[in-house]
Design a protein around this ligand. Structure first.
Ligand SMILES: Nc1nc2c(c(=O)[nH]1)N[C@H]1C(S)=C(S)[C@@H](COP(=O)(O)O)O[C@H]1N2
Ligand SMILES: [Mo]
Length: 396
């Protein structure tokens, strides 16, 4: 009975209460899946043009802890703010490096291929992943938990590109922008900035390859920024311009958009106003169950497998715990191999439960000891969702 009430409250809080959806928002596997673009299969289509495609959580599932944690590119979520060109000639593509530098540059992909190449397995996650689950609801793309994916990225480091241009003393930030353009006059072109010291670290890179093949168009061909550990609003696709700034970036996408309350967990009371904000930055710990949907009715078995993927945010996953009583008691899950601090890590447990209703929760803890919260944060942008999600289900 509790579970039914709980399920109803989950559904009431979900944006799709009237139309049941796949795992993550309500009832299993009923958000229709479609193949909207070449190279994409069985995606939740939130919007076609410009595309917003969500990955169903089942696409992350595997029955072995040793299975790859990489999200297949054909199931990888997609997000564009504006239409993008579809006729890119990689041999003609140039990246300009301009602004507060001693030596402005225009670089071809061949120039970039001559620089040392680096590789990282890193989660690309929209800052609004899970936005559709906030109560009260907030405007913006109504993602459940599938606006994320894990891939192997390869290309030169941003720092080596910047070093070629030799930033002047007083350089503060690097602003990156791409080939997509606003479809109406006056709208601000998409551009994001990183502080210079962050841009010069070991990890920030310009990726030409995703999962060992040339970056597909929809993921930002021929080259995109990869900022491991930070939300993908910074992972600028179809990169063609790097500007070195000597003053803080006051552009729309830094000064107005993608900002969250400057409070612990980026949380404010719904309806609050006048609070200080800061740009969205590093990710927070998170975990999802990939083999059971909220509302699932499962035939009883002695040992119920519960498994999923976890992230530490911007550092390693240290532990995942699983509860079958809505968070009153917990048991540790077994973890799969650690593929680095920016990767998904698999977890699984076998639960011995009686027939009846149960509310499952998972809770990841990272190597700094930060765990997922038990109560959801709330902010008007729907950012930084990291709550341990409740998954009501029934063993029959
Ligand atoms: N050029 C460009 N880059 C962009 C965006 C964009 O609209 N234009 N959106 C950003 C946001 S908000 C997200 S969530 C990611 C999505 O990356 P993906 O489509 O490869 O999954 O791209 C980022 N990079
Ligand atoms: Mo995003």
């Amino acid at each position: 009975m509790i579970s039914r009430r709980h399920l109803l409250s989950v559904l009431a809080a979900s944006p799709a209460a009237a139309a049941p959806v796949d795992l993550g928002l309500g009832i299993a596997s009923t958000r229709p899946l479609a193949d909207p673009f070449e190279g994409k299969r069985a995606m939740i289509v939130q919007r076609s043009l410009p595309p917003l495609l969500e990955t169903p959580l089942a696409a992350f599932d595997a029955d072995s802890l040793a299975a790859s944690t990489l999200t297949p590119t054909e199931r990888f979520f997609v997000r564009w703010h504006y239409p993008f060109p579809t006729d890119i000639d990689p041999s003609a593509h140039r990246i300009s490096v301009s602004g507060h530098v001693a030596k402005p540059l225009s670089l071809s992909l061949e120039d970039l291929a001559r620089l040392p190449q680096t590789e990282v397995i890193a989660i690309n996650q929209c800052a609004g992943n899970g936005r559709g689950l906030f109560a009260p609801r907030v405007p913006g793309a109504q993602w459940a938990n599938g606006a994320m994916g894990n891939a192997r990225w390869r290309g030169p480091r941003l720092r080596d590109v910047l070093a070629l241009a030799n930033p002047n003393t007083g350089a503060l930030a690097v602003r990156a922008s791409g080939l997509d353009a606003p479809p109406f006059e006056g709208a601000p072109a998409f551009a994001k900035s990183l502080a210079l010291d962050h841009a010069m670290d070991d990890e920030v890179m310009l990726a030409t390859h995703m999962n060992d093949v040339a970056l597909p168009l929809i993921h930002g061909a021929p080259i995109r920024l990869v900022v491991p550990g930070w939300y993908s609003t910074y992972w600028v696709k179809m990169l063609d311009k790097l500007e070195i700034l000597a003053t803080p970036d006051d552009g729309y996408w830094m000064a107005k958009a993608y900002r969250a309350p400057a409070t612990p967990h980026a949380s404010v009371i719904p309806g609050a106003s006048g609070f200080a904000t800061r740009p969205v930055t590093a990710m927070v710990p998170r975990s999802v169950i990939t083999n059971l949907a909220p509302g699932a009715r499962q035939p009883w078995t002695q040992r119920l497998p519960v498994r999923g993927v976890a992230m530490g945010g911007d550092t390693h996953v240290a532990a995942v715990h699983i509860s079958a009583d809505d968070g009153r008691s917990w048991q540790p899950a077994t973890l799969g191999p650690d593929h680095g601090r920016h990767s998904f890590r698999r977890f699984e447990a076998a639960l011995e439960l009686p027939r009846g209703a149960h509310v499952l929760r998972t809770r990841a803890t990272n190597s700094r000891g930060e765990s997922q919260a038990m109560e959801a944060n709330w902010n008007p942008g729907g950012f930084y969702r990291g709550v341990s999600e409740a998954v009501p289900m029934e063993l029959v």
